[in-house]
Design a binder for this molecule. Structure first.
Ligand code: NAD
Length: 259
């Protein structure tokens, strides 16, 4: 149902994977959608798909760790489509390492992309949402925001930070028609998971298919989640029906994380 007609959305990391699926899902629900990220070609492909679905689309090259580029991105969305009252902080990176092998650079970069960029974007988006008396922020976190696991200390810390940001901002704007939530997927079938499987294969000497099976086995359903499942949940959280859901970190992982 086209419930988001007339709304403008901004999806970071919208050129591929989960971000691309969310952008297309929001467009199919009626929203005009700007996608931002680093790869112009991928973003242009998504923009074309959004426009083919009859909505307005915009592609913006932006490194979300660079605050001046974020300011420029919001300016570009506003002039092309209007103020984004739906913000999806999806851009993210992952790396796996023992804590003793986690470098300063790895830690800083993961925190900057996964947590600090969401702070920058949310701070930039909120004034227009407050003026409109309506807004939706969806942060793409992870089950690593809800529980720890070995060898992903920087990633887990960054996603816990993102969930903390989600919960705190949600309560700050709770009476203003704005909801702020996080989606917390388990392993999703995207290039990020392909890279995780390749890393496990390289570290253990197993074939990549076997490494993939290990990742599938983290879910009691014995499978990877799909980007479309995450996109459906994100789109639902942007709907009027979901207006009572805020400050949540909603797990989508086939039953592994339960508390
Ligand atoms: P992906 O690698 O396919 O896509 C990540 C996107 O983020 C890309 O478009 C990339 O260009 C963008 N990005 C990265 N750094 C950026 C930067 N500095 N500036 C702008 N854009 C940047 O991965 P994905 O699986 O689609 O991941 C999307 C989100 O979902 C991430 O936040 C990730 O942590 C989260 N997530 C993924 C999984 C999974 O198993 N794939 C599970 C849980 C959560």
């Amino acid at each position: 149902m086209a419930e988001l007609t007339g709304r403008v959305a901004l999806v970071t990391g919208g050129g591929k994977g989960i971000g691309r699926a969310i952008a297309l899902s929001l467009a199919s629900a009626g929203a005009d959608v700007a996608v931002a990220g680093r790869s112009k070609d991928a973003l242009e492909e998504v923009k074309t798909a959004i426009r083919a679905s009859g909505r307005r689309g915009e592609a913006i090259v932006c490194d979300v760790t660079d605050r001046p580029q974020i300011d420029a991105m919001f300016g570009q969305v506003k002039s092309a489509l209007g103020d984004p009252l739906i913000l999806v902080n999806n851009a993210g990176i992952a790396a796996s390492a023992k804590l003793t092998e986690t470098t300063d650079e790895m830690w800083d970069q993961i925190m900057r992309v996964n947590a600090t960029a969401a702070f920058y974007c949310t701070r930039a988006a909120l004034p227009a949402m407050l003026s409109a008396g309506w807004g939706r922020v969806v942060n793409v976190a992870s089950i690593a925001a809800r529980s720890g696991a070995a060898y992903i200390a920087a990633y887990a810390a960054s996603k816990h930070a993102l969930l903390g940001l989600t919960r705190a901002v949600a309560l700050e704007v709770v009476t203003r028609g704005i909801t702020v939530n996080a989606v917390c997927p388990g392993y999703v079938d995207t290039e990020m998971t392909d890279r995780s499987a390749a890393y496990i294969a390289a570290r253990t000497g197993r074939p990549e298919e076997a490494a993939r099976k290990i990742l599938e086995g983290f879910s009691p359903q014995g499978r990877l989640m799909t980007a479309e499942e995450v996109a459906s949940l994100a789109t639902y959280l942007c709907s009027e029906s979901a207006r009572g859901i805020t400050a949540q970190g909603i797990v989508l992982d086939g039953g592994s994380v339960q508390a």
